[in-house]
Design a binder for this molecule. Structure first.
Ligand code: FES
Length: 354
């Protein structure tokens, strides 16, 4: 519409919109032909009955299938187990959806009614009418004539809880004390393991670093592992190595032999929620996490000076081996990464600890 055809609101006249009324009612094929109605009914039942079969197939695939088998589909490689889990669960949900839509379209009452609009508050009389209508709706849904339909629908939806519960196993082993000590609270750092640069994979000597420099590093033994084991180990063992002037930093007595002439090593995993950190301010000795700005003072045993992190950055005790390369003296003395309920915080370094 051009601006020329617009008229001012003051000159506009209001006219009631004519009631379009109800369109002509078209009888459904399932009402016109009872045999067709029964066919649709059986088809819906069949769809609901397939859902438990697919749920069982999901569980079998989850537990019994080779977890390393691959398959190529349209030029893309998928883990066969993941593909089948998706297909079985997706088909189950789809069948419930299609069955419910068909039920509403072909089995429920097809009567069309026009209702007047009322004020928002519902009177007791209206409530009574509503409850009668609800009862009529239940009757219209066909469940009284075909009670099996409702049972099949509820059974189909209910059985889908099984794949959901089974998938909880992917959250990992139950975190008992012993499990935590072998997993969360342990990395592959051990006495004598060399620190290697994570880019060129070369071992590091203290003399390779300049004062103020930071390098990212990892354990040399990482390369004895492969695949997912290597990735898990890398995620926990990633470290940073920094060189600072020993006269400008605080080194507590208990950590005097954790460093080599101002070269110190810390976990690279933020103790807030686990982001990798390496934003380094060499003049202040502060290390900043890019995720939520937690800031750790590497010149004071990694204490938190700002941000939401609740505990110091774990320090890796290091030394040099007979060839002068940096090596770990032990694993970390506290768990790396974010907090968890059972974590013992008493060993975390606090500002001023000896
Ligand atoms: S993960 Fe580092 S501050 Fe949140």
């Amino acid at each position: 519409m051009s601006h020329d055809t617009l008229i001012p609101a003051s000159q506009a006249t209001t006219a009631a919109i004519p009631d379009p009324g109800l369109g002509e009612h078209v009888e459904r094929f399932t009402d016109a032909d009872p045999a067709a109605g029964n066919r649709v009914y059986r088809s819906i039942l069949f769809k609901f009955a397939l859902v438990p079969v697919l749920a069982i197939a999901f569980v079998v695939v989850y537990f019994a299938m080779d977890k390393t088998a691959w398959v190529e589909v349209l030029g893309t490689r998928f883990l066969l187990q993941h593909l089948l889990l998706g297909v079985t669960l997706g088909l189950a949900i789809l069948l419930i959806g299609i069955g419910a839509v068909e039920w509403a379209r072909y089995i429920m009452n097809d009567e069309e009614v026009a209702e007047e609009r009322h004020t928002l508050a519902t009177s007791p009389a209206d409530r009574e009418v509503l409850s009668k209508k609800f009862a009529a709706g239940v009757a219209d849904s066909g469940v009284k004539r075909r009670p099996l339909l409702l049972s099949a629908a509820l059974g189909g939806v209910g059985i889908l809880a099984v794949p959901v519960v089974v998938s909880l196993a992917d959250l990992g082993p139950w975190p008992t004390d012993a499990t935590r000590k072998k997993t969360l609270e342990k990395t592959i750092w051990a006495p004598g393991v060399r620190l290697v640069n994570d880019i060129n994979k070369l071992p590091i000597k203290p003399g390779d670093l300049e004062v103020g420099q930071l390098v990212n590093a990892e354990p040399a033994t990482l390369f004895d592992l492969a695949g997912a084991d290597q990735q898990v180990a890398r995620a926990k063992a990633a470290i940073i190595v920094v060189k600072m002037d020993p006269d400008t930093i605080k080194i507590p007595d208990s950590r005097k032999d954790w460093q080599v002439g101002g070269v110190l090593s810390y976990s690279k995993i933020c103790t807030h929620v686990g982001c990798p950190i390496s934003l380094w301010e060499q003049t202040t000795h502060h290390l900043l996490c890019p995720c939520h700005q937690s800031t750790f003072d590497l010149g004071n045993s990694g204490v938190v000076v700002f941000g939401p992190a609740a505990r110091s950055l774990p320090q890796l005790p290091i030394a040099v081996d007979s060839e002068g390369y940096l090596v770990a003296r032990s694993d970390f003395t506290v768990p790396v990464g974010p907090s968890y309920f059972e974590r013992d915080s008493t060993k975390d370094y606090q500002d001023g600890d000896k």
